[in-house]
Design a protein around this ligand. Structure first.
Ligand code: PGA
Length: 255
């Protein structure tokens, strides 16, 4: 059975006080242990969160592909691991669009992070214009094939893919469960091409884009949806915990 995961991406939000309160809240709550709950705060709060949080894992929002050296402002996989990260997001659409991140860099980041034993959540997704002009399959294929291009079959064991349609991120407009499932099945078929049936079958594919407490259950019930990457709703602890429960319930529901 594939690992089910709910990852909360705080993006550039929060404060030290918020991070401490969030951790206290998580530590008072009962997290479902059947899933990986991952919290991705801004980098300066990673150590605070990782050193105190119980029952949840910590992820970074970005990583650089070199091991060390003169790369001002960047963070290596080793540094992230040192401050308690087990996961890292790579290729988020905001980084692609606002910080000019391209597939070539993304592929190197994916490889470097996995080489250092981090689990990578590789983010892919199309814009509304791309979907409207019939380019959905082309865009997703290019992003998945490029992003995972440097991995060998064994390394697919450390890869998670997040399908995040750009038009659904932060807009309140979640993809329908059917729309999401369709693209997840496409991603699974691309992974088969790259790594073969067995390895592809074991890669968790998360949906992201306006996931909230009321949309999560139906989305997580889809065959190829193994959890969620949650932005806005991950900043509200109560709601985030409900989303985590929905993910665990999908397992109970037979997934
Ligand atoms: P959202 O963000 O849940 O606020 O839409 C998701 C993401 O960008 O990871």
């Amino acid at each position: 059975m594939r690992q089910k995961i709910v990852a909360g991406n705080w993006k550039m939000n929060g404060s030290l006080e918020f991070a401490n309160d969030f951790v206290s809240g998580v530590n008072r709550a009962v997290l479902p242990d059947a899933i990986d709950v991952v919290v991705c705060p801004p980098a300066p709060y990673l150590l605070t969160v990782s050193s105190q949080i119980k029952g949840a894992k910590v992820g970074a929002q970005n990583v650089y592909f070199e091991a060390s050296g003169a790369y001002t402002g960047e963070l290596s996989p080793k540094i992230l691991q040192d401050v308690g990260c087990e996961y890292v997001l790579v290729g988020h659409s905001e980084r692609r669009a606002l910080l000019s991140e391209v597939d070539d860099q993304i592929a190197k980041k994916v490889k470097a992070a996995i080489d250092c034993d981090l689990k990578v959540i590789l983010c892919v997704g199309e814009t509304l214009e791309q979907r409207a002009s019939g380019k959905l399959e082309e865009v997703i294929s290019a992003q998945v094939l490029a992003g995972a291009s440097l991995l060998d079959v064994v390394e697919f064991g450390s890869l998670v893919v997040a399908y995040e349609p750009v038009w659904a991120i932060g807009t309140g407009q979640t993809a329908s469960p059917q729309q999401a499932q369709e693209v997840h099945a496409l991603i699974r078929s691309l992974l088969v091409k790259l790594a073969g049936e067995t390895a592809a079958e074991n890669v968790s594919i998360l949906y992201g884009g306006s996931v909230n407490a009321s949309t999560a259950a139906e989305i997580f019930a889809q065959a190829d949806i193994d959890g969620g990457l949650v932005g806005g709703a991950s900043l509200k602890l109560e709601e985030f915990l409900v989303i985590c429960d929905h993910c665990a319930n999908a397992i109970v529901g037979g997934k």
